[in-house]
Write a protein that binds this ligand. Structure first.
Ligand SMILES: *Cc1c(COP(=O)(O)O)cnc(C)c1O
Length: 401
């Protein structure tokens, strides 16, 4: 069988527009396609491959568990799930874990738990959910409605109700919106898909205080920021603001699908037997790989390394910008970095992505004006520098038309 990009158009639902390149092999932060062309990976499968490709710890965990036990369902529990849950709760504010298979599912669980908590504790009037424009929380109907881009939730019939949006970092607007009927506030502690936007200290602290004042739960969607991405194990730890519920996915499995919703005992108790569930959630194979990823990332030297590599990446981008003057700003935290295009290059982030791919570099965009980089947390300095060299060539191509 000829497997090529044309086959995609023939057999796949057309909701994606993948590149013509079909990768077949990866090692560390290098990837090779069907023709043997090599790429440096600054995309990391959209902030998922926190340890690059085929990291030995993950390969070993997969092989070992793969020869033991793959799946049970939640009719029985399993050792990898319990070990992973213990490690997550030991390392965070949370006491309880619910496993899912993706970011959206973890957020779906968080929102359903918040609604059930509010109903049990305060009554059915307390159902309002506040979220933020440009926020992204996944593609199930509830999470896409809570997300801050109506275009993603329009056109699918009646939406889940009592969801409102404010501008991120606008504490005044938020203060006017939150009230005693607010059940939960969901936000990313650094907006990823929306353009790599950090919260101000005043905003994030103000949101926490107002949630406390109105008895609303604060949900941090750390699907993109979690598991070392920002240089802290979870971004909330670097902000000094603790949520009531936190969701984690993407990097949690280092490339194997898994997600989790974590919370306190007091809140968790409202997700009683039978209220929610998932056939695959907490699957032993996924949890064994995630445990290895979590153990590997949750090390002082790896987290410190993220901060050091952030500086290298920022220095490299600053050098390129000094030469070609294409960015107005480089923002973000850790290895979740956005290079914002200046006025002259508005709307052209995709051009930089395409030019990068043509020069052997995988990158991402965050909207039409931001080139996004989310490389492996353990990318070597050699790979990082090689990636920057290739990016400079791409920038030169875009600038010179
Ligand atoms: C990617 C992402 C999601 C959705 O995760 P899926 O695994 O695609 O369902 C949710 N929230 C944030 C912040 C994300 O970056």
């Amino acid at each position: 069988m000829q497997v090529n990009r044309e086959l995609f158009d023939e057999v796949m639902v057309p909701n994606y527009a993948p590149s013509a390149v079909i990768p077949v092999k990866g090692q560390g932060s290098r990837v090779w396609d069907q023709q043997g062309n090599e790429f440096i990976d600054f995309a990391g499968g959209i902030a998922v491959n926190c340890l690059g490709h085929c990291h030995p710890a993950l390969v070993n965990a997969l092989k070992e568990q793969g020869e033991k036990l793959w799946h049970l369902s939640n009719v029985m529990t399993n050792e990898p799930a319990l070990r992973l849950a213990k490690k997550i709760t030991d390392a965070t504010f949370a006491n309880k874990v619910y496993f899912a298979n993706s970011g959206a599912e973890s957020n779906e669980a968080a929102l359903k738990l918040a609604r059930r908590w509010a109903l049990d504790v305060h009554g059915e009037q307390k159902s309002q959910i506040i979220a933020f424009n440009k926020g992204f929380h996944g593609r199930t109907f509830f999470t896409v409605t809570v997300g801050g881009q109506a275009a993603y939730s329009d056109g699918f019939g009646p939406k889940p109700g009592d969801v409102v949006h404010c501008d991120y970092n606008d504490l005044e607007a938020f203060a006017k919106t939150i009230n005693d009927n607010t059940c939960a506030v969901m936000l990313e502690p650094l907006q990823g898909e929306g353009g790599i936007i950090s919260p101000t200290k005043q905003f994030i602290q103000g949101v926490r205080e107002l949630c406390d004042k109105h008895n609303a739960l604060l949900i941090f969607d750390e699907v993109q920021t979690g598991v070392g991405r920002t240089g802290d194990l979870y971004a909330y730890q670097g902000l000094g603001v603790t949520p009531d519920i936190l969701t984690t996915a993407k990097a949690l499995g280092g490339g194997f699908p898994i997600g989790a919703m974590i919370t306190t005992t007091e809140i968790a108790k409202h997700l009683k037997i039978g209220t929610h569930g998932s056939t695959y959630g907490g699957n032993p194979l996924a949890c064994a790989v995630a445990e290895a990823a979590f153990d590997t990332v949750n090390q002082e030297d790896v987290l410190t390394g993220v901060k050091e590599k952030e500086q290298l990446l920022r220095d490299g981008l600053a050098k390129i910008n000094a030469k070609y003057n294409v960015f107005s700003e480089v923002r973000g935290k850790g290895l979740l970095i956005g290079a914002v295009l200046n006025d002259e290059y508005q709307g052209r982030a995709r051009d930089f992505l395409v030019a990068s791919a043509n020069n052997g570099l995988m990158s991402l965009v965050a909207g039409i004006n931001v080139v996004r980089f989310t490389p492996s947390l353990v990318i070597t300095n050699e790979e990082l520098n090689e990636g920057l060299t290739r990016f400079e060539k791409a920038v030169a191509e875009v600038v010179n038309g």
